[in-house]
Design a protein around this ligand. Structure first.
Ligand SMILES: [Zn+2]
Length: 631
């Protein structure tokens, strides 16, 4: 057994944007399997501190076998103290977690004491009363799930039911403990189940290091999923509790922002008299000339009464008076985003506003500006109205579809926050990436408002699932890293992920939102080495080869490189152009080699998750395609 533990072989990777302070003498937490430290929390810890203490105890036990007790600050203590969250001792040492900025956390080494703390949400009736409806239409308070922590972490014994901090609640103490476990104890969470957790065992754990004071680089990090075929297998079929715990470990959430179609309940509020949401019949709010499209009927976005209505909805939200139906809003951001179609109102005023943009597009790309001045004119009018009473709040909108381009003919009000909607795994379609970049750049270059992003890691899996075929996997770790680094350089505040991709892509995205300075080659090498051990080399070759085949425009039909329009992978592209017989033979040989080389039980199980989840999925997809062509 190792007597002294490492700072972690590759922890240098993670030391990007740190504010480094003095280091202190080594602290021994466990010695020869016996705890020489205690975890100390407040008598009534915050949900974040409660979870952080359990996570710290659990992982120290995984690493050493020793059980480091969790005590409240009024119990007698001897030995090293791990002060988790806000305690009197933490404050006596000069750290007041409640005074820290949101998401900022500290790891501080003192004589026989380590402080692990950040600002935490407190479970009070006032805090519970806060309203919010996320980009995914999940209410703010629904993220404060109760889970069985013992079952989620694979512990035998009685249930341990705890309430998680909501992903958008302050949880700086969790961030401190998770960073501590990664940076100083070598833990990695490559997925939600115990099989996905990586650490090195030792019976004596001694920590040395420098003080940390930092916050995640991107402030809003929202992407959840896990049910789609490849990732579900790679993650070893996680339970709902395991997924919810995993979002905390990867610091999903953060700053409150939301943006999605926000008129979904207007039909019920202003047309459907038998709806429980019905307020008054306002036929005049709705688009002219489309009466047959119940539920998809747009609105008359030049109607001053509609502008006043949306502004009043925003004020009601900001004043805590309620959120009606599927109105999207979170924190200081109230969403104003039309229904998801371009069946615009045919009244004279609306048509006149649309007329100026009729040629404002490049080819047939999905993202264009043919309704930009029309729609942002409406957003502007709502924002200016709301600014009169709530000047520090934002109208949140998307730069999406036919209103992707930034308007040029008027100044957009400063209290509008915008999220351009961008492909993140279309590097194989350079014209689409260029069109996205061209409308993204003016939004970020202006530096005149908060910018968030909506990205689409859902391709190519989502259409494949909906249409019942198997995709050639969209592995894009290197592209994802490069794009997130660009977002960080451009001052983007956060990202919503529409679908999450697969195990490596998702892990890269979430870690790069936190710290975009890592070198991707070292990052991937660490993943494959630590996760697959003796099978690392063929597994990384298998992954990298899929990524290279998927990413190269030359592997696709010529129109992908020449047509100014939206392209997506389809079954024909997947199994005629990408997963050719020759490439499948090559990939199969790499997987066979990985299976042969995996030596420990855990390596074998991890290789098996990819053999079934990725390789069998691909083989089945190609076989299905060939069979359908033979019919
Ligand atoms: Zn109209």
């Amino acid at each position: 057994m190792q007597k002294h533990v490492f700072l972690g072989v590759t922890l240098a990777l993670m030391i990007g944007s740190l504010c480094v302070q003095a280091s202190a003498a080594p602290v021994t937490l466990v010695e020869q399997g016996e705890a020489s430290a205690s975890i100390i929390t407040a008598v009534n810890p915050t949900p974040s501190a409660r979870l952080a203490a359990l996570e710290l105890q659990h992982h120290l036990q995984l690493i050493t076998g020793g059980v480091v007790p969790i005590l409240d600050e009024e119990q007698p203590v001897s030995g090293v103290r791990l002060l988790v969250g806000d305690t009197a001792a933490t404050r006596a040492l000069g750290v007041n977690p409640r005074a820290l900025e949101p998401q900022l956390y500290v790891i501080q080494f003192h004589e026989d004491t380590v402080i692990l703390a950040g600002r935490d949400w407190e479970d009070t009736p006032e805090n519970r009363a806060e309203l919010g409806m996320g980009t995914d239409y999940i209410p703010l308070d629904a993220w404060r799930q109760e889970i069985d922590y013992a079952a989620a972490t694979g512990q035998t014994g009685p249930a341990n039911r705890i309430t998680l901090p909501g992903i958008f609640d302050d949880q700086g103490t969790c961030y401190a403990v998770y960073d501590f476990l990664e940076r100083f104890c070598g833990v990695r969470w490559y997925g939600p189940t115990p099989l996905n957790v990586v650490y090195a065992q030792t019976d004596t754990l001694t920590i040395t290091g420098e003080n940390i004071r930092r916050a995640p680089a991107l402030k809003h990090r929202h992407g959840t999923g896990g049910g789609w075929p490849i990732v579900n297998a790679q993650w070893n079929r996680p339970s709902g509790d395991q997924l919810n715990l995993y979002w905390r470990r990867l610091r999903v959430g953060g700053e409150k922002w939301a943006g999605n179609h926000s008129f979904r309940s207007y039909q019920d509020r202003f047309l459907n008299w038998d709806s429980e949401l019905f307020e008054a019949r306002r036929e005049d709010y709705f688009s002219h000339g489309w009466t047959m499209l119940q539920g998809e009927r747009q609105f008359c976005y030049t109607n001053p009464d509609l502008i006043r209505q949306k502004a009043q909805d925003a004020r009601d939200y900001f004043d805590g008076k309620g959120l009606k139906g599927y109105q999207v809003a979170m924190g200081d951001h109230f969403a104003v985003i039309p229904l998801d179609n371009a069946n615009w109102c045919k009244c004279d005023n609306c048509q006149e506003a649309l007329e100026m943009d009729k040629d404002n597009h490049r080819g047939e790309h999905f993202g264009s500006g043919t309704a930009s001045h029309y729609f942002f004119g409406f957003v502007n009018a709502v924002a200016q109205e709301v600014a009169q009473t709530h000047p520090d709040k934002f109208i949140a909108t998307l730069a999406y579809h036919v209103y992707s381009y930034r308007p040029t003919e008027f100044e957009l009000a400063p209290n509008v926050s915008v999220a351009p909607c961008l492909q993140i795994r279309h590097q194989w379609a350079p014209l689409i990436m260029k069109n996205d970049r061209d409308f993204y750049q003016p939004w970020v270059d202006a530096k005149d408002r908060p910018i968030y992003l909506w990205t689409y890691p859902c391709f190519p899996m989502e259409p494949a699932i909906i249409q019942g075929w198997h995709a050639f996997p969209g592995f894009s770790a290197r592209n994802v890293a490069r794009e997130v680094q660009r977002y960080a350089r451009d001052g983007v505040r956060g990202v919503f992920m529409c679908g999450i991709g697969e195990q490596v892509d998702y892990y890269v995205a979430m870690k790069y939102y936190d710290d975009p300075t890592a070198d991707i080659e070292a990052f991937l090498s660490e993943f494959f080495t630590r996760y697959f051990g003796a099978a690392a080399e063929p597994m990384q070759q298998f992954h990298d080869r899929i990524e290279a085949i998927y990413s190269d425009p030359e592997n696709y039909p010529a129109e992908v490189r020449t047509e100014e329009m939206q392209h997506h992978q389809n079954e024909h592209i997947a199994w005629t152009y990408l997963g050719t017989e020759e490439r499948m033979a090559e990939l199969g040989a790499l997987m066979d080699e990985a299976v042969r080389r995996a030596s420990s039980d855990i390596e074998k199980q991890r290789v098996e998750t990819w053999r079934v989840g990725v390789w069998e999925y691909m083989q089945q997809g190609r076989a299905n395609y060939l069979a359908s062509r033979a019919e």
